[in-house]
Design a protein around this ligand. Structure first.
Ligand code: ADP
Ligand code: MG
Length: 264
């Protein structure tokens, strides 16, 4: 199982939309996926049509009260399991900040799932802040995907998160953390700005930037209000095509660089 965090400390850039739809697309391509909602705003949870309370979340797991396996729920989507979130998860930030191992606790629990071979991928949606939950996700991840909105301020945010990844590596909490990719979201080919931002990112991150762009799409914006993935809400639209193409690109990059289902 590879742990893939979807991260960007900026809100509203498409993290949650990417977490839900990348996870769903990977299952359509034959992968077993665990989707973890680590944002107390619980948008991934509601976006997939679930409701949860504090006890259903990682909260008791992170405080050492129960095993992470007890919190994994099967979803209606074949091969997609989820650990949901709820507002109460915010409390964990305060509780965990007091402990010395707060950065690596989640890492320990996810490492514990790896030998079970239940999932090929664990996709973690993260909150838009650099608090304990977000940094725990980065410390626990094998790889990070950064969704980047095609606007000028997005580039500042990118520089910042790239710096945070470096800090996590240097802290010793996760020396091998890899920037898997940067995916351009809410892309509108008609604007010069979007093209300029893409140009800039591809100059600095030629290998990391996904060739697939996620278009700005009304259907992608609507889907969470129906509690549905884009594949359920608008299966033949351009949002579905884009996230499926992104998942294919994600898998083909790994096929090019090593065994797809490396056991660790
Ligand atoms: N490609 C897109 N086209 C149109 N709306 C989008 C797109 N991606 C996300 N949205 C909408 O933009 C808002 C922010 O997206 P979200 O995925 O929740 O970002 P984050 O998790 O980074 O805060 C949400 O209302 C979402 O439905
Ligand atoms: Mg979100």
């Amino acid at each position: 199982m590879k742990v893939i965090a979807i991260g960007n400390q900026k809100g509203g850039v498409g993290k949650t939309t990417t977490a839900i739809n990348l996870a769903a697309a990977l299952t359509m391509l034959g992968q077993r996926v665990l989707l973890i909602d680590l944002d107390p705003q619980a948008n991934t949870t509601s976006g997939i049509g679930l409701e949860a309370e504090g006890n259903d979340t990682l909260y008791p797991v992170l405080l050492g009260h129960c095993d992470i396996r007890e919190k994994i729920q099967v979803s209606r989507i074949p091969n997609l399991s989820i650990i949901p979130s709820a507002m109460d998860l915010a409390g964990v930030e305060i509780e965990m900040a007091r402990s010395d191992d707060h950065l690596t606790r989640l890492r320990g629990f996810l490492q514990g799932l790896k030998p079970n071979d239940l999932f090929e991928f664990c996709v973690v949606d993260t909150p838009p802040s650099l608090g304990v939950l977000m940094t725990s996700a980065l410390a626990a991840a094998d790889e990070v995907i950064i969704p980047l909105q095609c606007e000028w301020f997005g580039l500042e945010g990118l520089a910042k998160i790239v710096h945070v990844l470096e800090q996590i590596r240097e802290s010793g909490a996760n020396p091998d953390l890899k920037l898997e990719g940067i995916v351009m979201t809410m892309y509108d080919a008609r604007t010069n700005l979007a093209r300029q931002v893409v140009e800039e990112v591809s100059t600095y991150f030629p290998n990391e930037m996904y060739k697939t762009f996620i278009p700005r799409s009304i259907k992608l914006g609507e889907a969470p209000s129906h509690g549905k993935t884009i594949f359920e809400h608008d299966p033949s639209g351009n949002g579905s095509h884009a996230y499926l193409a992104m998942a294919e690109e994600f898998l083909s990059r790994r096929a090019a660089t090593g065994p797809l289902l490396a056991s660790s």
